[in-house]
Write a protein that binds this ligand. Structure first.
Ligand SMILES: NC(=O)c1ccc[n+]([C@@H]2O[C@H](COP(=O)([O-])OP(=O)(O)OC[C@H]3O[C@@H](n4cnc5c(N)ncnc54)[C@H](OP(=O)(O)O)[C@@H]3O)[C@@H](O)[C@H]2O)c1
Length: 252
């Protein structure tokens, strides 16, 4: 088992790639706090993993709230005695709007979940890691949209911010062995389109050419396989990286 005894917090665990990440982590022997807003989905996940090598505790929380981000880390330390890995995976799409027509409401919604959430969680986690004194590990789900044009301007800005936060954190805490990497998925078969709302037709039309280059859609397991490697000691010398998992979509 690759993650035996590791204490891990995973956000966005109620669907999509976060749910598969939790499943693989628990099967690899980790003890996981699974975080999302939909408590009933988390309860199903917990019962589906009974009898596996590791364990999982559900935490119904909203990552756009500082108190929830801090409480999920506290819960890991309380229940498992330490924190080894934080996986910032929760995220939402924008509506594909351009800079000419995005709304302030959508900006606040996307940035609070995709950027403020990971920052709240990382501030708390890094302080716990420093107190523990034996390194740490943070994995954040970015997107190819952080470096290429895959959605609207606000979503791209949110994931570019994530990439900057990841690299900054990896650099400034490299001597304390706090690792920080991002996974940048391409198109993955999840429920994320439900968070988009009504697409902005102008933005959608302008971005269509890039969408046409997409080589196909991956599965949550394509992301979870990398998330297991990054959480494990096999990747001990890897930090500050934004790793695309996109079937070659952004290889041009
Ligand atoms: N699917 C893709 O093609 C793709 C491509 C690039 C990047 N990504 C990124 O991948 C990550 C996971 O998305 P997904 O594709 O797996 O989508 P998904 O199936 O919609 O899953 C998103 C997860 O995030 C959770 N979430 C959303 N807002 C939250 C909040 N405020 N507080 C706590 N949890 C919240 C959702 O749970 P609740 O609704 O229950 O809270 C859900 O568990 C996101 O960061 C997304 O930007 C996805």
């Amino acid at each position: 088992m690759k993650l035996e005894g590791k204490s891990i917090v995973v956000t966005g665990a109620s669907s999509g790639m976060g749910k598969v990440i939790v499943e693989q982590y628990v099967k690899e022997g980790a003890n996981v706090i699974a975080v999302a807003r939909r408590a009933e989905r988390l309860a199903e996940l917990v019962s589906s993993l009974e009898g596996e090598a590791g364990s999982v505790i559900a935490f119904a929380g909203d990552v756009s709230k500082q108190e929830d981000c801090e409480a999920m880390i506290d819960l890991a330390v309380e229940k498992f005695g330490k924190l080894d890995v934080l996986v910032n995976n929760a995220g939402v799409m924008d509506d594909m709007a351009t800079v000419a027509n995005y709304t302030n409401e959508k900006y606040d919604y996307v940035m609070n979940i995709n950027v403020a959430g990971p920052l709240y969680a990382m501030r708390k986690a890094v302080n716990v890691f420093l107190e523990q004194g034996n390194g740490g590990n943070i994995i954040t789900t970015s997107s190819v949209g952080g470096s290429h044009q895959a959605a609207g301007v606000v979503y791209g800005a949110s994931k570019a911010a994530v990439n900057a936060i990841v690299r900054h954190t990896a650099f400034v805490y490299r001597n304390e062995k706090i690792r920080c990497n991002a996974i940048a998925p391409g198109g993955i078969n999840t429920e994320i389109s439900a968070t988009m709302g009504m697409p902005n037709i102008d933005g959608f039309t302008r971005i269509k050419g890039v969408q046409a280059l997409m080589p196909g859609v991956g599965e949550g397991s394509d992301i979870a396989n990398l998330a297991v490697f990054l959480a494990s000691d096999d990747s001990a010398f890897i930090t500050g990286q934004i790793i695309a998992v996109d079937g070659g979509w952004t290889s041009f």
